[in-house]
Design a protein around this ligand. Structure first.
Ligand code: ADP
Length: 494
């Protein structure tokens, strides 16, 4: 409805019309401003919000049509009534096209003016309402889209896969992690039914039963399954309930637990391995001790001595295993805890060779060390580096039959120090070469020949080399011998 407090701007070059209109309108409670041409009128419109603009067409400086053009550029929704001496249809149409709401032909009487103003104010009120509704809608839409964008960003950055399925069984949402787990693009999945897309029958069954859930029994179902790509997935399927407590779909949260499973399996393998490895020699030692205590060997000091020697050897094997296990946990410890300094590789390898010389001599092995040219220092932890070469040299001795050769060659390449440990031993089959750096792995020929070991030494050596930014390679031929090559970077400043 029109309000008497409305503000009206009258633009006309004729003083009589200006003041006449002002008088009539003010008498009827309106607040009135005046301007004598389009330019002054425009300045006022820019600075103030009027409810109605009453403007003449023929004016100096800026006429009514120009003024209408300028106003449309301001993008203000104004109610403009054109006062015209030439009340032609053409004028009215032109003014209407340029955004005028109505026109008032000259001459006009006070009632005609007031009627036009009233009508204009009604229209103004309607425009305001529309404007408010639009603002409200825009704000809601903005809030909605902000809310939606935020939720989507959260869902898309989740480390769990999320799959939402509607009541008809169609996939309505699939986040990137779900795409990765299912190896299926979002574009291919959205809109298709879960039955077409998912392969695992248990997962499908759980989704069906989740979609059929009734209000009283709203529970999540958990299941574990393997994908055809060999990933272990843990899924939790929960019905989606609307405000009327009706099931409108289901959401599946998928977690890739492949790595956790691997670690779990490694841990349990480790425990059973250690238990098994400790049990057998301890059982043997206990058996020998019982025989001796029972007096079985009293009259046979030779047998007794043999049993004691066997027990000692078994105990020795146990100590070796425990040492390897300790090494393993030491190597796993954070590098920062270790002191790294310039180390002369030839010295460290020399120390390891001297340590094992006796063992080599006992098998009449020819154990030699050659270093070519000046070998620069490397940055290393001395204990780790010693452990690395000691493992490789002791393996070479252990897996080389009597009278064989074990040779260690050290030389510098451009930016690295290269150490080759070459033996003429039992060698490693091509298949076994793929696994020898895995923890606890032992090649069949080593087991067959009853050469004792833990399968840990090479995995420790590999870890140490990598900790020093280097690597180990193997070349070998079964029955002919093996070469283990360690490559470690030289300190830059050297
Ligand atoms: P182990 O305690 O069994 O020697 P390692 O991790 O040091 O454990 O070695 C893993 C396996 O690799 C060994 O069991 C053996 O089968 C093979 N191997 C390692 N070094 C040699 C070598 N120099 N010659 C032949 N086989 C080797």
């Amino acid at each position: 409805m029109a309000t008497k407090k409305a503000e009206i701007l009258v633009i006309d070059d004729e003083e009589v019309i200006r003041s006449g209109c002002q008088q009539i309108l003010e008498m009827n409670g309106y607040s009135v401003a005046v301007a004598e041409n389009g330019r002054i009128g425009l300045d006022k419109i820019i600075q103030h919000e009027y409810d109605i603009i009453l403007t003449d067409i023929m004016m100096p400086e800026m006429d009514g049509m120009e003024l209408l053009d300028e106003i449309s550029r301001l993008q203000k929704e104004l109610v403009i009534i054109v006062i015209t001496g030439y009340a032609t249809l053409e004028n009215a149409i032109n003014a209407g096209r340029k955004g005028a709401y109505d026109y008032l032909p000259k001459p006009f009487n006070p009632d005609e003016l007031l009627a036009k103003i009233e009508r204009g104010l009604d229209y103004r009120a309607h425009l305001r309402e529309v404007q408010l509704l639009r603002q409200d809608r825009d704000r809601n839409m903005l809030e909605c889209s902000n809310e939606r964008a935020r939720t989507l960003t959260i869902i898309n950055s989740m480390s769990e896969g999320v799959l939402a399925i509607n009541r008809q069984g169609q996939i309505v949402l699939m986040n990137p992690m779900a795409s990765k787990i299912m190896r299926l693009s979002e574009e291919r999945a959205i809109g298709r039914t879960f039955d077409e897309i998912l392969r695992n029958p248990d997962l499908k069954k759980s989704i069906v039963s989740s979609l059929q859930q009734v209000q009283a029994d709203l529970r999540s179902t958990r299941l574990e399954f393997d994908t055809i790509y060999g990933r272990a997935i843990e899924a939790s399927i929960t019905p989606i309930i609307d405000e009327n407590k009706e099931c409108i779909g289901t959401v599946a949260v998928l977690i890739d637990v492949t790595e956790d499973k691997k670690i779990e399996k490694m841990k349990s393998d480790f425990v059973s391995y250690v238990a098994h490895e400790l049990k057998a020699p301890l059982g043997a030692i206990e058996g020998y001790l019982n025989l001796i205590l029972d007096g079985i060997t009293t009259n046979n000091p030779q047998t007794e001595r043999e049993m004691i020697e066997k027990s000692r050897d078994r105990a020795h094997g146990l100590i070796a295993l425990i040492n390897d296990l300790l090494d393993l946990s030491r190597t796993d410890r954070k590098k920062i805890l270790k002191e790294m300094r310039a180390i002369n590789v030839v010295h460290v390898v020399g120390e390891a060779i001297e340590f094992y010389r006796q063992r080599a001599d006992a098998k009449s092995l020819h154990l030699t060390l050659n270093s070519t040219g000046q070998v620069p220092s490397i940055r290393a932890n001395k204990d780790d580096l010693y452990r690395l070469f000691a493992n490789l040299i002791s393996n070479a001795i252990k897996y080389t039959p009597e009278n064989g050769d074990v040779k260690v060659d050290i030389k510098r390449t451009n930016s690295h120090v290269r150490v080759d440990i070459i033996d003429t031993g039992i060698g490693i089959s091509e298949e076994a070469q793929k696994h020898i750096f895995d923890e606890f792995y032992r090649a069949q020929n080593a087991v067959d020949k009853k050469i004792t070991g833990t399968g840990l030494g090479l995995s420790i050596a590999k870890k140490i080399a990598e900790d020093h930014h280097g690597y180990i390679e193997v070349t070998s031929e079964e029955g002919a011998g093996s070469t283990f090559r360690v490559t470690l970077p030289i300190i830059q400043s050297e």
